[in-house]
Design a protein around this ligand. Structure first.
Ligand code: SF4
Length: 231
């Protein structure tokens, strides 16, 4: 008698479990059992993106396509998440970046880290790169021929990453992406496009360090970046 009751209880439990799983499937979890495969597919896509970026980086090894190569200590290709929805594009490496071979690692980089944190992200969750990969002398802006020589690599980098939003930091990045010569004051405050990807232009962190009163304006731009990421 007790054995029959136990068998019935187990049978009821199994029915309940089947019903619960059926409800999950009807509620949109129909392929829950395949989630490891979806994870594998995503991971394969990320690996593919990382591989393409690595090949692109290799193409630039020892690059002498413009005069900036002569003062280079280390080429600064870019870094960050290969599955990020957000790419920050700056102007070019400065002193610290040229020494370390990494983008935005000096004082301006610290401010950029804070800007990223302010929109609820961490630096490793976004991708950061520059228009030119070698340091312009005395931290001057890249000249048009230098931008023309290096920007095709930036464009391939962005195409590979295929982000949801691009944030152009400063005039050089904005003009390189948008192909115009308007001042940053006229480019910021609106959603522009680069090959179908929304572009938000804002002030370069180095400029914000010199002109802290513009941080409030830049915050408006960052809020727009966040809104676009969430839509
Ligand atoms: Fe080559 Fe770009 Fe460096 Fe110029 S800035 S030398 S194009 S990697």
């Amino acid at each position: 008698m007790t054995r029959d009751k136990t068998a019935n209880d187990i049978s009821d439990c199994l029915k309940q479990l089947r019903w619960i799983l059926g409800s999950y499937r009807a509620g949109g979890f129909a392929y829950w059992e395949y989630s490891p495969r979806i994870g594998e597919a995503q991971s394969a896509a990320v690996n593919q993106t990382e591989e393409k970026l690595s090949l692109l980086n290799d193409e630039l090894t020892g690059c002498t396509r413009c005069r900036l190569h002569s003062g280079r200590n280390k080429l600064v290709f870019g870094e960050g998440s290969a599955q990020s929805g957000l790419v920050f594009v700056g102007e070019g490496p400065g002193f610290d970046e040229d020494r370390q071979g990494r983008p935005f690692v000096g004082r301006a980089g610290k401010l950029l880290d804070k800007m990223i944190f302010a929109i609820g992200l961490e630096r490793p969750e976004v991708y950061i790169c520059n228009v030119v990969k070698c340091r312009p002398p005395d931290n001057r802006a890249p000249q048009p021929d230098e931008t023309a020589a290096c920007s095709p690599f930036l464009f391939r980098q962005i195409e590979t990453l295929c982000p949801r939003v691009i944030c152009a930091l400063g005039l050089s990045a904005a003009q390189a992406l948008l192909g115009n010569s308007l001042p940053i004051s006229q480019l910021r405050g609106k959603v522009l496009q680069w090959r179908g990807i929304p572009v938000i232009c804002t002030y370069h962190p180095a400029y914000l360090l010199r002109s802290p009163t513009q941080k409030a304006v830049s915050w408006q731009d960052l809020k727009e970046v966040k809104r676009l990421l969430m839509t």
